[in-house]
Write a protein that binds this ligand. Structure first.
Ligand code: PGA
Length: 253
């Protein structure tokens, strides 16, 4: 695991976009594992700019997203399919039929999750997985719990996640209570993982993820077991790492 500490969100976004662009350049038919939320948004904006300058070509790329709210379709503005379409896919030359997000409108959870695992398998796994981290340590929608879930599964969202995501909805009541998320097997099978974190609200989770015990109570901690994880985090998110002087052995500035 290597941690790159950067000054702020903008710097994190540029560096993250550079890693993604490098993956696309090095392997034009790569499978990108993508994430939604505020964290990767700046990186996607940067990629769109580079694409418009014809510097990055996504025509051979496939993508799989981490998660989707159960019950929301792609035309719902709060769905993650809508997020990806409007923030990235519509602005680059990725083949829409090769962009995958769990089917939030499939009411049969077993069917939806099995179909998604088959998609990941058929693609031959993920070359580069982008991850944000929840303030409670979740990755994708793998919430803190008693065990790590392996495959894609249906989760009851943690109350803290529902509260955190309410900012995107008109009211708290509108936030779906369940979601489909890729499990740890899908995430850890990625050949490279890029974990992004910005802002002090993430500082505790990031510290626990990097330096704490590997435990399903802090799902991101499982990343310690992966052989190729790069973390790009801003000063706010690194606040606790500084305080402890703990992570200096994997720190790159
Ligand atoms: P955020 O969410 O990027 O909106 O902070 C991250 C996450 O919950 O995984």
């Amino acid at each position: 695991m290597v941690l790159y500490e950067v000054k702020n969100y903008e710097e994190m976004s540029r560096k993250a976009a550079a890693v993604i662009a490098a993956q696309v350049v090095l392997k034009p038919d790569a499978v990108l594992g993508l994430a939604t939320g505020s964290t990767p948004l700046g990186a996607y904006e940067q990629l769109v700019k580079w694409h418009q300058k014809k510097e990055v070509d996504f025509s051979g790329i496939s993508s799989v997203n981490l998660d989707e709210y159960k019950g929301l379709g792609g035309d719902n503005r709060q769905s993650y399919r809508y997020f990806m379409d409007t923030n990235l896919f519509q602005h680059i030359n990725i083949e829409k039929s090769r962009t995958f997000v769990p089917d939030g409108l499939e009411p049969d959870s077993v069917k939806a999750c099995r179909a998604y695992d088959e998609v990941i398998e058929k693609l031959g796994g993920i070359d580069l997985q982008i991850l944000g981290i929840g303030a409670n340590g979740h990755i994708g929608f793998n919430e803190p719990g008693e065990s790590f879930e392996k495959g894609t599964h249906c989760v009851d969202l943690a109350e803290s996640t529902i509260q955190a995501n309410a900012r995107f909805f008109q009211s708290l009541d509108e936030v779906p209570r369940q979601a489909y998320t890729m499990g740890m097997k899908g995430i850890l099978s990625a050949r490279k993982i890029l974990l992004l974190a910005a802002g002090e609200p993430k500082a505790d989770a990031l510290y626990q993820a990097l330096c704490g015990p590997v435990t399903p109570q802090l799902p991101a901690s499982i990343l310690q077991l992966h052989r190729d994880v790069a973390v790009i985090a801003d000063q706010g998110a690194c606040a606790r790492l500084h305080g402890q002087g703990a992570a200096s052995y994997f720190l790159r500035r």
